[in-house]
Each structure stands twice: as structure tokens, then as C-alpha cells.
Design a protein around this ligand. Structure first.
Ligand SMILES: Nc1ncnc2c1ncn2[C@@H]1O[C@H](COP(=O)(O)OP(=O)(O)O)[C@@H](O)[C@H]1O
Ligand SMILES: [Mg+2]
Length: 277
């Protein structure tokens, strides 16, 4: 009896987790950039991954989104090992992301930029495209309508035919979130969405993340703005030199002596770098 109930409890636990990272290491031939990292991501929550520059945060996102293969260990998404899946296959599993560097296409309209994120979902086989079958036209119309809804949702309130160069930097970052949402993800990973933004634009990103969580979309946030991280995260994983050094609620993490030391160390290095002739 005890075993059965334990099994059920385990099942319920795995049901709550959308991602399990198990003993993950990644190397590019040299020393490990990620070293024996394990954690789980709970469905519908906001999880932040923080750490000094070069800690391995972007590499971790790249592994979580199938761009890089783990060297050791594995990543389970929705219970399945993503080891052999390409990013587009992960998109079909409900995983989407934005990148640390802006990836906006400036020669397309804002609507077309959002559509780029959706084309996977379009019911557009090769022949349907050539023959312009009604099913394609219908889904294209629906896709354009959804793209405009997403632009509205992220607060890019311009005509759909506007070119991105008319947008502020903050609006470009939100345009990228709209594109990442266009494949209807259950899990979205944001790599430094507030980098380079002013406090007002950062607040807009915060509001957006909160709205995603309200819609039960799991958010993974990599971010240096600690006010944003503290304000929006349910859970934080801290990495330093590729190792997980802490995990927990914002309060617990920012009281952790190892975390404080990692950040003071990083700031000390920056200050030292600043005064070096
Ligand atoms: N494709 C790659 N090839 C070799 N080294 C890499 C590659 N990607 C990242 N690294 C190295 O991994 C380390 C962590 O980088 P990164 O994940 O970008 O850190 P963060 O995002 O935390 O600033 C750095 O030392 C970086 O040079
Ligand atoms: Mg990075």
C-alpha cells in the first residue's frame, strides 16, 4: 500500500514538472562549461537562471532548446528525453525562446516577424503552398490575425505593416517575445529580455512575464536585472562557473552566502578590470 501511494506521489510530482535536467554537463572540447547540473522546472511557474557573465546561462538555454546536445546527463521535456530532437521538433513539443542578441528581420513588417515564429504550425505542405490550396489560405489568414493579436498582447501597438526600424529598442524586445509566442508554447525561455532597457521598459517586460504565467505558460528567465528577477520569479537557479551553486525562492537565494560571494566576486573583477590601465 505504501509503495502504491509513493508511486502515485511520484507520478504527481513528475506531472507538475515540465522540464527535468539530470546531471547535465556540456563541454566544447575543453573544460566543462556546464558541470553536473540538475533541477526541475515546475509547470506554469516563472523560473530564473542567474549567474555572473560567462557562468553558462546561455549555454544552458541552448541545451534546453535542443541547439546543443548534452555532453553528459539528459534533459527531459514533458517526460521525454530531448537528446535527439532538433529545435523545430522541440517547438512542436511546446518549447520556444528568445535570444540574447536581437534577431529581428528589419526588411520585413512587424507582422511578418511574428509570423516567422508560427510557420511551423501552418498547415502548409509543399503542394498546398504551390497550389495555394484553400486550407492554406485559411490558415494563413488565421495566422495573420493571431500575429496581430500577439503584437497587441506584447504592447507593440503599431500598424501590422510597420517596419521594425520604427520601433524603440524596448518594443523590439517585445516583438521578439511575440514571435516566440506565435508557436503557442507551453514553455518559453527568455535570454536577457531586459538587457539595455530603461526602467519603464523593464516594467513592461515584467508585466508581460506575469501575464504569461497567468496563462500557465512556464517561463525561464535569464536576466541580470536583479529587481526584475526578485519581483517576478517563483524559483531561481544560480550558476557560477558552470556549477549550480544555489536554488530556491528569491529570498532564500539572495541570502545564500555562496550567491553573495559569487556576485561580489564578479563585481570585484569588473571593478578591477575598470581600474586596470
Ligand atoms: N559554442 C561555444 N564554443 C566554445 N565555448 C563556448 C561556446 N558557447 C559558450 N562557450 C563558453 O561557455 C562559457 C559560458 O558562456 P555562456 O553560456 O554564454 O555564459 P553566460 O550566458 O552565463 O554569460 C564561456 O566561457 C563561453 O566562452
Ligand atoms: Mg548569456
Amino acid at each position: 500500500m505504501i509503495l502504491v501511494s509513493e508511486h502515485k506521489a511520484a507520478e504527481q510530482r513528475s506531472g507538475a514538472d515540465i522540464v527535468r535536467v539530470e546531471k547535465l554537463s556540456k563541454s566544447f572540447g575543453g573544460p566543462n562549461v556546464l558541470n553536473d547540473i540538475s533541477f526541475t522546472l515546475e509547470r506554469g511557474r516563472v523560473h530564473s537562471i542567474i549567474g555572473p557573465n560567462g557562468a553558462g546561462k546561455t549555454t544552458l538555454l541552448n541545451v534546453l532548446t535542443g541547439l546543443y546536445r548534452p555532453t553528459m546527463g539528459r534533459v527531459l521535456v514533458q517526460g521525454g528525453d530531448i537528446g535527439a530532437l532538433a529545435p523545430y521538433q522541440l517547438a512542436a513539443l511546446g518549447v520556444s525562446r528568445t535570444f540574447q542578441n536581437l534577431k529581428v528581420c528589419f526588411n520585413m513588417t512587424v507582422e511578418e516577424n511574428v509570423l516567422l515564429g508560427r510557420h511551423l504550425q501552418l498547415n502548409s505542405g509543399f503542394w498546398a503552398g504551390i497550389l495555394r490550396l484553400p486550407s492554406l489560405q485559411k490558415s494563413e489568414k488565421a495566422a495573420r490575425a493571431q500575429a496581430r493579436e500577439l503584437l497587441e498582447f506584447v504592447g507593440v501597438k503599431v500598424d501590422a505593416t510597420t517596419r521594425p526600424d520604427a520601433l524603440s529598442y524596448g518594443a523590439l524586445k517585445r516583438l521578439e517575445i511575440a514571435r516566440a509566442l506565435a508557436c503557442n508554447p507551453q514553455l518559453i525561455l527568455l535570454d536577457e529580455p531586459a538587457a539595455g532597457l530603461n526602467p519603464q521598459e523593464t516594467l513592461e517586460i515584467k508585466g508581460l512575464i506575469e501575464q504569461l504565467a497567468e496563462q500557465s505558460i512556464t517561463v525561464v528567465l535569464v536576466e541580470h536585472d536583479m529587481k526584475l528577477v526578485m519581483g517576478v520569479s517563483d524559483n531561481i537557479v544560480v550558476i557560477n562557473y558552470g556549477q549550480k551553486i544555489a536554488e530556491g525562492s528569491p529570498d532564500a537565494v539572495f541570502r545564500n552566502p555562496e550567491v553573495i560571494a559569487a556576485y561580489l566576486g564578479a563585481r570585484g573583477q569588473e571593478e578591477t578590470a575598470g581600474v586596470t590601465p
